[in-house]
Design a protein around this ligand. Structure first.
Ligand code: SAM
Ligand code: SF4
Ligand code: SF4
Length: 348
């Protein structure tokens, strides 16, 4: 049942969607452009030199993002994640982080980056109030890395970025690795070996059919169960309890005490039932699912003078009417005919 509750004071429950899920997390894409061309996200054949990305006036300004973030807090949001595209390409990002950390009710702000520019910005980000960071790194093998970045950067840049983040205190640092069979699954254990015992938490993500352009095939997905078995055979693992409701990663600790490793199994073990996330694209469209086919444009309303109450009404209605559960339905949907939003645009 959808809740009838509307705006609640801080700490209140907030609106519930049609499957009784609250709104707790907001992913904000601050930049649709990227300095990589990962084939599973922004394949080069589509995102070439002539591809038309958003102009700066089309992206939400920092003031607009902050205003919406404040309103989202009134609907229940407590956690923010800045993403993209590549968020570190957004000029003056630290100004935005400073403003977001000042919002009462926000308990956690994180950022997901490909790490190429992290060495340059880690200390500034921490000084602006960023608490922790997630760095995407698909392989330590230079050739495999470049295949997965579309030919840009190298593992050494990302490792150096991670080291700067560690020195800056952007912890805990998580490393996100998307595994594809026959592409980088042979280098998965190297990543575990590299980060075990360092405090950096590696999380393996099942390759997903996001967007319409990555030529996803189910047989390329490596089920987390298989990876758990492979890693566990080398370094014995024991499952950990979920740290909080809605945590998407299944966590395991190394029984020798050298930290933990996580698995995000969006394909083989969908977690739609606990999905409390909304996503805001860089041009201000609100989406309630990573696999959405449509969203609700907020930017024009912001720019045409809509009041906070009017915007809240729209946002609340979107959440109350939400019924998304794409990952639970995926098997029945393939081959997919619906056009989904692209990940670089709404953020992963
Ligand atoms: N550019 C930044 C980065 O790569 O970390 C932030 C945006 S990126 C879209 C966010 C995350 O989505 C990355 O960890 C990336 O690996 C993941 N991602 C992108 N396409 C994916 C796919 N098809 N399946 C699973 N994860 C994917
Ligand atoms: Fe860029 Fe991140 Fe997408 Fe790779 S996954 S193309 S780094 S936005
Ligand atoms: Fe949430 Fe949609 Fe992913 Fe399900 S498929 S967990 S509803 S984002």
């Amino acid at each position: 049942m959808a809740g009838s509750n509307s705006v609640t004071p801080l700490g209140g429950a907030g609106p519930r969607d049609l499957r009784a899920r609250v709104l707790r997390d907001l992913r904000i894409s601050v930049m649709d452009r990227c300095n990589f061309r990962c084939p599973y996200c922004m394949p080069r054949e589509t995102f070439h030199d002539k591809y038309r990305f958003l102009g700066s006036h089309e992206r939400l300004s920092f003031d607009e993002i902050v205003r919406l973030a404040r309103l989202f807090v009134r609907l229940g949001v407590r956690k923010l994640r800045l993403t993209g595209g590549e968020p570190l390409l957004r000029p003056n990002l630290t100004d935005l982080i400073g403003d977001l950390t000042a919002i009462e009710g926000i308990e956690d702000i994180a950022l997901t980056t490909n790490g190429a520019l992290l060495g340059k910005y880690a200390f500034e980000l921490r000084a602006a109030g960023l608490q922790r960071i997630t760095v995407s790194l698909d392989s330590l093998d230079p050739e495999t890395f470049r295949r997965l970045s579309g030919g840009f950067g190298g593992p050494e840049d990302v490792l150096s970025g991670i080291e700067h983040a560690r020195r800056a205190g952007l912890e805990p640092i998580k490393v996100n690795t998307v595994i594809q069979r026959g592409v980088n699954d042979h280098t998965a254990l190297d990543l575990v070996e590299r980060f075990r015992g360092t405090g950096v938490i590696v999380r393996f993500i099942e390759y997903m059919d996001v967007g319409n352009r990555n030529h996803w095939q189910p047989n390329v997905v490596v089920p987390s169960k298989e990876l758990v078995a492979r890693i566990g055979a080398r370094w014995p693992l024991a499952p950990l309890r979920r740290a909080y409701h809605g945590e998407v990663a299944a966590r395991y600790r190394f029984t020798d005490g050298r930290g933990e490793v996580g698995f995000i199994s969006s394909v083989t073990q969908p977690f739609c039932g606990g999905c409390t996330r909304a996503r805001l694209s860089s041009d201000g469209v609100l989406y309630t699912c990573l696999f959405a086919t449509h969203g609700t444009a907020l930017r024009d309303q912001l720019r045409s003078g809509a009041s906070d109450d009017a915007l809240l009404d729209v946002m609340r209605k979107v959440w109350l009417e939400r019924s998304d559960n794409y990952s639970e339905r995926r098997q029945g949907l393939l081959p997919v005919s619906e056009r989904k939003v692209e990940m670089f645009y709404i953020g992963g």
